[in-house]
Design a protein around this ligand. Structure first.
Ligand code: HEC
Ligand code: HEC
Length: 147
């Protein structure tokens, strides 16, 4: 199923690349003919649904962030998330410690600091937001699949 969707996406993309779409071709965007400023405003990810954490949709999912993240700087030198999520300071902040997998180097060596491959937290962890799906889809969580 996934492969078919990906395949279809590649076909569509390459078709678009070869023949620039014009209105005359009868190709419409997913938004229809609506102008950009006519649509609803984008969800503000700086106002996530704080409080109760959303459940994970599948076992390996990076948990969504149940608090605001816009004040926490992450750059090549600083990572303010680690001020609360690294051991031992996570204890006094009552924050979950980053997963043990985050202390493994890419070759599997156990480190005493977060691995460089896990430095940019928001590459995987995004603030939780109750947003409408951008396109209709049939995604089901792994728990729903069992039903
Ligand atoms: C001031 C302390 C603090 C900082 C800084 C902080 N967090 Fe948190 N974080 C918490 C606490 C406390 C929780 C537990 C849930 C709650 O109370 O919101 C949490 C929960 C989480 C969770 C959910 C974990 C789970 O198992 O469900 C993730 C993911 C997370 N934070 C990621 C981040 C990221 C990414 C950053 C930086 C952008 C960050 N946090 C910065 C305190 C912090
Ligand atoms: C490459 C993707 C990736 C990056 C980068 C990453 N994480 Fe994670 N994180 C995950 C996944 C996947 C899980 C859940 C599975 C696991 O425990 O490894 C997780 C789990 C967690 C948890 C829950 C731990 C628990 O025991 O429940 C916290 C808290 C967390 N990460 C915080 C962070 C913080 C803070 C950073 C940045 C320093 C970070 N992560 C960087 C993918 C990532």
């Amino acid at each position: 199923m996934k492969a078919t969707v990906l395949g279809a996406a590649i076909v569509v993309l390459s078709a678009l690349a070869l023949q620039p779409a014009t209105a005359q071709d009868g190709i419409t965007s997913l938004r229809g003919q609506a102008a950009l400023d006519e649509g609803p405003a984008a969800v503000n990810i700086h106002r996530p649904n704080v409080g109760k954490a959303f459940t994970r949709s599948y076992r390996q999912q990076p948990p969504l962030v149940p608090h605001r993240v816009d004040k926490y700087q992450i750059d090549i030198k600083a990572n303010q998330c680690m001020g609360c999520h690294d051991w031992p300071q996570n204890v006094e902040h009552n924050a979950p410690k980053i997963s043990e997998t985050h202390y493994l180097s890419p070759t599997g060596v156990r480190l005493n600091r977060v691995s460089g491959s896990r430095w940019f937290c928001n590459q995987c962890h995004v603030p939780q937001v109750q947003a409408q799906a951008l396109v209709p889809n049939e995604f089901k969580s792994s728990n729903d699949m069992k039903k």
